[in-house]
Design a protein around this ligand. Structure first.
Ligand code: G3H
Ligand code: ZN
Length: 283
C-alpha cells in the first residue's frame, strides 16, 4: 500500500539524506520512476500537481501509484503537489493519496498558518502527511507562475513559527531555487536552510530541484534538506528522447517506439538523482 511520508522522512532527517519527489505526468513517468527506485532500493514520493491530476484523472493517478507500490514493495507516498485549497486536498485524500501539500505561500503568514492548520488537522486524522510552504518560489509550474523578481526568501523566524503552529510533516521554504530550468546557476541560501532545519524536528523541502548543480544539492542536504522535488529534468529528458526518435524516422507510427526511449531516459535521470540524494538502500 501507499505510505505517508512519515514512513521515511524521520529517517532521512536523522541520517542526513533526502527523499526524492518525482512528479508523475503520465504512465511512462510513473514506470520510469519506480523502476529506478527498485534498482536503488529507495523510498520515493510521486508528486502530482493539480494540472497533472486534471490530465491523468484522479482514479488513474491513484491506481497507477498503487500498482507501483504493489509491484515494487517499496515505501511510496502519493503526494498532492502545491495543493491550492482545503477542498482539493480532501478530494485527493478521499481518492487514496497518502500525502498532500497545501501551498498557502501566496497568502499572508497568518492566513497561511490558519489554512495549513485545517489541512493538517483533517489529514492527520486519516494518517496522511502534510507539507506546507512559506516564501515564494520563483518560476513556472503548470498554472503556477511566480516572477523570479517577486520571489522572496523565507524568513527563518517565520518558518519556525509556521512549523510550531501548524505541525506540518515537512516544510518547503523559498531559499533561492526556482521551478523550471535555470538561466544561470541558482544562488541557494544555505544559512536559511540550516537555521530552520536546526530549529524544527522535520525536514526542509527543496522545490525546483531540476538543474541544481550536484554540489549545491549535497550542501543543501548537509544543511537540513530532507525532501527534494524534481519535475522539469524528467520532462526535458522525455521530450528530447521523443523528438530524437521522431527525427530519426519519418514513418514511425507505433507510440511504443518513441515512448520506450523516453521512459529509459527518465529512468536514468531518476536513478542519478536517487544516488545523489543518498536514499539508495534506505527502503
Ligand atoms: O513541486 C515540484 C518541483 O518543485 C519541481 O521543480 O520542475 O524545477 O524540478 P522543477
Ligand atoms: Zn514546487
Amino acid at each position: 500500500p501507499l505510505v505517508s511520508m512519515n514512513e521515511f522522512l524521520p529517517k532521512a532527517k536523522a541520517n542526513k539524506f533526502a527523499v526524492g519527489q518525482f512528479n508523475m505526468n503520465n504512465l511512462e513517468f510513473a514506470q520510469a520512476i519506480v523502476e529506478a527506485a527498485m534498482e536503488e532500493k529507495s523510498p520515493f514520493i510521486y508528486g502530482v500537481s493539480e494540472g497533472a491530476l486534471k490530465y491523468m484523472g484522479i482514479e488513474f493517478t491513484v491506481a497507477i501509484a498503487e500498482a507501483a507500490a504493489k509491484k515494487s514493495g517499496l515505501p511510496i507516498a502519493l503526494h498532492l503537489d502545491h495543493g491550492s485549497s482545503f477542498e482539493v486536498a480532501m478530494k485527493c485524500i478521499r481518492a487514496g493519496f497518502s500525502s498532500v501539500m497545501f501551498d498557502g505561500s501566496h497568502y499572508g503568514l497568518e492566513e497561511n498558518i490558519e489554512l495549513t492548520k485545517q489541512v493538517v488537522k483533517a489529514a492527520r486524522a486519516m494518517g496522511v502527511s502534510v507539507e506546507g510552504e512559506l516564501g515564494t518560489i520563483g518560476g513556472v509550474e503548470d498554472d503556477l507562475s511566480v516572477d523570479e523578481a517577486d520571489a522572496t526568501m523565507a524568513k527563518p523566524e517565520e518558518a519556525i513559527r509556521f512549523y510550531e503552529e501548524t505541525g506540518v510533516d515537512c516544510l518547503a521554504i523559498a531559499v533561492g531555487t526556482a521551478h523550471g530550468m535555470y538561466k544561470g546557476e541558482p544562488k541557494i541560501h544555505y544559512d536559511i536552510i540550516q537555521q530552520v532545519a536546526d530549529a524544527i524536528p522535520v525536514p526542509v523541502v527543496l522545490h525546483g530541484g531540476s538543474g541544481v548543480p550536484d554540489e549545491a544539492i549535497r550542501l543543501s542536504i548537509a544543511a537540513g534538506v530532507g525532501k527534494i522535488n524534481v519535475n522539469t529534468e524528467n520532462q526535458v529528458a522525455c521530450t528530447e528522447a521523443i523528438r530524437q526518435a521522431l527525427e530519426a524516422s519519418a514513418t514511425v507510427i507505433d507510440p511504443r517506439k518513441y515512448l520506450t526511449p523516453a521512459r529509459n531516459a527518465m529512468k536514468a535521470v531518476v536513478q542519478e538523482k536517487i544516488r545523489l540524494f543518498g536514499s539508495s538502500n534506505q527502503a
